[in-house]
Design a protein around this ligand. Structure first.
Ligand SMILES: NC(=O)c1ccc[n+]([C@@H]2O[C@H](COP(=O)([O-])OP(=O)(O)OC[C@H]3O[C@@H](n4cnc5c(N)ncnc54)[C@H](O)[C@@H]3O)[C@@H](O)[C@H]2O)c1
Length: 369
């Protein structure tokens, strides 16, 4: 759609410009200005975007949304893992290791990148299993992308998390600005990213933007975080009618459905700088406990059997916010969620069903769900 309109505009400009050239022997300055303005308008409308860590839970869905709005070719997915055929079917995919600064420079230059969405990370539970790797990916990798964004004047989005808070933070509600003393390497690296991003903004004028997401629930497999149970129960519960939860039944955490997460990201990326009173905002949609989620799911799958066997993730969850205060995002750039718990469960059942259908025979799935 965008490509069509760009082609139309450039045809229109070049036709009239060349017609004037033939008549007068020279391009009028008005035509050249018009041509420049139109090109810059179109370019403004359609940034070229690089997504790092793009094959994870958030990246592929995010690419779909951005491609719908900016054109397939303008959104470049990247990762260090192998893409599926589906990943390759909708637009460009390239290998990009965020620890390789020169490789990233090459991509930004060759693809003329304007915005960088930095999703590469080791999440909370995985990070605790390999702290040195988490330091490299989450901290050194972040140094690379932020320096790159400064050098090439990119708009850069880096997500943060409820995991950027710790046991000293107020947990119900957790305001936008408060004590942050996380106890995981994941949380420490996210606080580091928030602070460095804000510093680069104030010191160098970098257009750094950051949303602290709660647990994000989607039908894609999660990447090893503490809130993963709220995704896993849909897959395992719908397939086998049983699920063993690694958190205590009453562990309350903030959550949001993927569609809300991505629309927050999209809206925030498109908010003008003068509306932003800060560079880092809390966003959320709801808070629930495992028990509350399972009870809602049982309305659709009455014979679902749940057992509980808390592990190390319980300790992490107990240091995190229970209810997230996102009133500043609502006030400054009009953030509003669409999905509550009931709608989230209905949508997840539908999404997981579609996912299963694409992998198994219809007969098999109908007997499960
Ligand atoms: N999913 C959530 O619930 C949630 C909540 C809050 C914040 N976030 C943040 O959103 C971002 C994306 O989360 P996600 O759930 O999609 O994570 P994920 O674990 O599913 O995906 C992360 C991706 O990073 C890639 N990666 C790892 N090392 C890399 C390297 N050296 N170079 C390039 N890529 C590398 C992995 O291959 C993976 O595909 C993360 O920064 C995470 O902290 C996620």
């Amino acid at each position: 759609m965008w490509c069509k309109s760009l082609a139309h505009i450039s045809r229109r400009v070049s036709r009239s410009t060349f017609r004037d050239f033939h008549v007068t022997g020279t391009f009028s300055s008005r035509d050249l200005k018009e041509s420049e303005n139109l090109r810059s308008d179109v370019r403004k409308k359609s940034p070229r975007i690089l997504i790092t860590g793009g094959l994870g839970q958030l990246g592929t869905e995010c690419a779909k949304l951005l491609r719908k709005n900016y054109g397939n070719e303008n959104v470049i997915l990247s990762d260090i893992i192998k893409p599926t055929d589906e990943n390759l079917s909708n637009g460009p995919f390239i290998f990009a290791d965020i620890l390789d600064f020169k490789g990233l420079q090459k991509i930004v230059v060759n693809y003329r990148i304007d915005w960088l969405i930095h999703f590469s990370a080791l999440l909370s539970a995985i990070g605790e299993q390999n702290v040195p790797l988490a330091v490299r990916v989450n901290i050194e990798g972040m140094h690379n992308v932020i320096e790159l964004a400064k050098q090439y004047k990119l708009r850069i989005f880096i997500p943060s998390t409820i995991g950027a808070f710790g046991p000293d933070s107020p947990r119900n509600p957790t305001p936008n600005v408060t004590i942050q003393r996380p106890r995981t390497i994941y949380g420490v690296s996210k606080v580091h990213a928030e602070l460095l991003g804000e510093y680069y903004h104030h010191r160098f004028g970098l257009d750094f933007r950051c949303l602290r997401f709660p647990g994000v629930i989607s039908s894609d497999p999660p990447g090893g975080g503490t809130t993963d149970y709220a995704v896993a129960v849909f897959h395992e519960g719908l397939l086998t009618k049983k699920y063993e939860c690694y958190l205590e039944p009453c562990t309350r955490l903030p959550m949001m459905y993927i569609e809300d997460c991505l629309s927050a990201l999209f809206q925030f990326l498109n908010t003008s700088n003068d509306q932003l009173r800060r560079r880092v905002y809390n966003v959320t949609a709801m808070s629930f406990t495992p028990e509350e989620l399972f009870n809602e799911l049982k309305k659709h799958v009455p014979d679902l059997k749940i057992t509980y066997k808390p592990d190390g993730r319980q300790y992490i969850a107990e240091s995190w916010p229970q209810v997230f205060d996102d009133s500043e995002a609502r006030r400054d750039w009009g953030w509003q969620n669409k999905y509550n718990l009931e709608q989230l469960v209905e949508s997840m059942i539908r999404d997981v069903r579609v996912n299963l259908l694409s992998k198994k025979s219809l007969k098999e799935v109908n007997s499960y769900v």
